[in-house]
Design a protein around this ligand. Sequence first.
Ligand code: ZN
Length: 290
Amino acid sequence: MKDYLVRGIVQSKNCRVFACQTTQLLEDARLKHGLWPTASAALGRMMSATLMMGAMNKNHEKMTVTINGGGPIGTMLATTNSDGKIKAFVANPEVHYTYNDTGKLAVGVAVGREGQLQVIKDMGLKEPFIGTVPLQSGEIGDDFSYYFMVSEQVPSVVSVGVLVNDTNEVLSSGGFIIQLLPDATDEDIEYIEDKMKDFPPVSSLIHEGKTPEDILKMIFGDVEILDSQDLFFECDCSKDKMKKALITVGKDELQAMIDEDHGCEMRCQFCNEKYQFSEEELHEIIKEID
Ligand SMILES: [Zn+2]
């Protein structure tokens, strides 16, 4: 089943809503990066939230989210042009922790909570918008929710989840975001809080076959869907881009690569694609610098 997100509005409750299914794109990311289950869960939650945040931008702005909580997973980074395509990585994909009491994937342990979540939006102006908040739990959903409240002054419910099977394959991934509009009343807030109390985990719902639209209808009954967007894990790296990166390395370093290794291999950190440069190609690059 293809991944997509929907954006909608609930007039009767004065809120706007987003929901997405990201199972396939997380499985793609898992295979490219060799993610262990807790790393899959952390990156999947982050990509779902980032893609939904991207859908809030009307002008296809480039958006980069970085989370660094001091935990064993290290820095996590996701980038999207708000066009449904996302690329992302974690510094250490081989992390796996579960909570003893519930057996659930311990994302907060892997991510840590001594750090921050940062959002950079490039709106084509001179200075990009940068919003940074301290992490709350490292469980990702709470952290995005806190970001929306503090950095954008929008009270939001953020629910993101991932389910992984015994052989580490991604069974389901996705989430939803509810944001209060300025006209929201105390009754609207109570309604949402009440609904969220015993709401099933979003990863279970997606695994059962519920669509993003179904999940929003479970919460609100009636939702006006404004648009939908297909989602992909897709990297825009190329040999040409790698070459440009090599130019910045400088002549001395390139000469050392020729002398010591007779070429070099560049690896894209977003998708793990490898690019080989022969001795001759490195000589060409040195000529271009001169
Ligand atoms: Zn790449």
